[in-house]
Write a protein that binds this ligand. Structure first.
Ligand code: ZN
Length: 365
């Protein structure tokens, strides 16, 4: 249905060694774009100088090479793009304000963090109560008085107050805080920005650009049309859609994939040292066991010595793969239809299978 050329991205954060869960995400992002004959860019999300390390960048590049996850063009590093993010933050000056709240104040005002939205199927670990907007409505005197204090730069989210009518451009004044999109895995999604933390930071008080701005600007400038990532960052999507709206740019399509959990249903993290790709590379010079294990979750069983083998296998055998995937409930069929998936294609199979896996996948690798 989509005549547009697919451009996807691999976007690791070099703040630790990549693990099996990252391999799962990046393999899916890569497969999804390559099944469309699309482009895949590599973007190193090394924006936080305190946490990013060159050794982790080097290890990630070795991991990708080992798995056979290739990319097009030159690697893009966020750490070298701060001037660009600053330029884009400046374009939003009608919507931004300095927030002087300390971390302690924010914590106290947010109360206990909610682990998930009522009625939501997803864990949203970063969601406390929405920012209370105190600093959005400081008087000019108050702002002048606090000017020397360190501040983060926050983005005002709708709804806008009557007193903001003279600063917020007319075309945005009445917009809704609800953002809807059709996720390629999860189907129709609607989030209110104020359920996702409300006014969010574009620049932290230590001057580091915050995640939402950098990601949105890069996705825009790199021409990304498809974002495949873990469903733990689902609530970032409405915030990024809001940024796209303010910049007047069409957002990419999103596919939020199930998270890989360990045998005790904990998220894979740095403490799972034995599941780091670096450790797995040392243990076995071939990535075949890892790839075969991950492909197994997709119902794909074969000899896969690199990522390209999985791609090729899907392209060559897709008719049989669909036929073998016999136990589709009426709900699956309805969901496929709703999401306008072309039945029978390898890409549709990938999204269909991911939807069937549910929110998480437990691993005993
Ligand atoms: Zn504040």
């Amino acid at each position: 249905m989509n005549a547009q050329h697919t451009t996807g991205r691999l976007a690791p954060s070099p703040t630790g060694y990549l693990h099996l869960g990252n391999a799962w995400s990046f393999l899916l992002a890569w497969l999804s774009a390559r099944l469309d004959g699309g482009t895949v860019f590599l973007r190193m999300e090394d924006i936080d100088p305190a946490r990013s390390k060159t050794e982790f960048i080097d290890a990630a590049l070795e991991d990708f090479a080992w798995l056979g996850i290739n990319y097009d063009g030159e690697m893009v590093c966020q750490s070298k793009r701060t001037a660009i993010y600053e330029e884009y933050a400046a374009k939003l000056s009608a919507f931004t304000y300095p927030c002087y709240c300390t971390r302690k104040e924010l914590r106290e005002m947010a109360g206990a963090p909610q682990t998930s939205r009522p009625g939501s199927r997803f864990v949203m670990p970063d969601m406390g109560a929405a920012y209370h907007r105190t600093c959005r409505f400081l008087t000019a005197e108050e702002q002048a008085r606090r000017q020397k204090q360190s501040a983060c730069l926050r983005l005002a989210c709708p709804p806008f107050a009557p007193r903001e009518r003279h600063t917020v451009p007319e075309e945005f004044f009445g917009i809704s805080a609800d953002f809807a999109f059709t996720d390629s895995v999860l189907g129709k999604q609607t989030f209110n920005l104020n359920d996702c933390g409300g006014d969010f930071a574009l620049r932290r008080s230590d001057k580091v650009r915050a995640y939402q701005l950098a990601v949105s600007v890069d996705d825009m400038l790199m021409g990304i049309t498809e974002v495949v990532r873990g469903n733990d960052i689902l609530t970032s999507t409405p915030r990024q859609l809001y940024l796209f709206r303010l910049f007047g740019h069409t957002p990419p399509n999103y596919a939020h994939i199930p998270l890989l959990l360990d045998a005790a249903d904990e998220r894979l993290a740095k403490r799972h040292a034995s599941l780091s790709l670096k450790a797995l590379r040392r243990k076995d010079s071939s990535p075949a066991p890892v790839l075969q294990y991950l492909a197994g979750f997709l119902g794909l069983h074969g000899e896969f010595a690199n990522a390209a083998d999985i791609l090729q296998y899907m392209q060559d055998n897709i008719k049989t793969i669909w036929e073998n995937d016999g136990q589709n409930s009426e709900r699956d069929k309805k969901q496929d239809k709703e999401q306008d998936k072309e039945p029978g294609t390898a890409k549709a199979y990938l999204m269909h299978k991911l939807a069937k896996l549910g929110n998480t996948v437990s691993t005993d690798f």
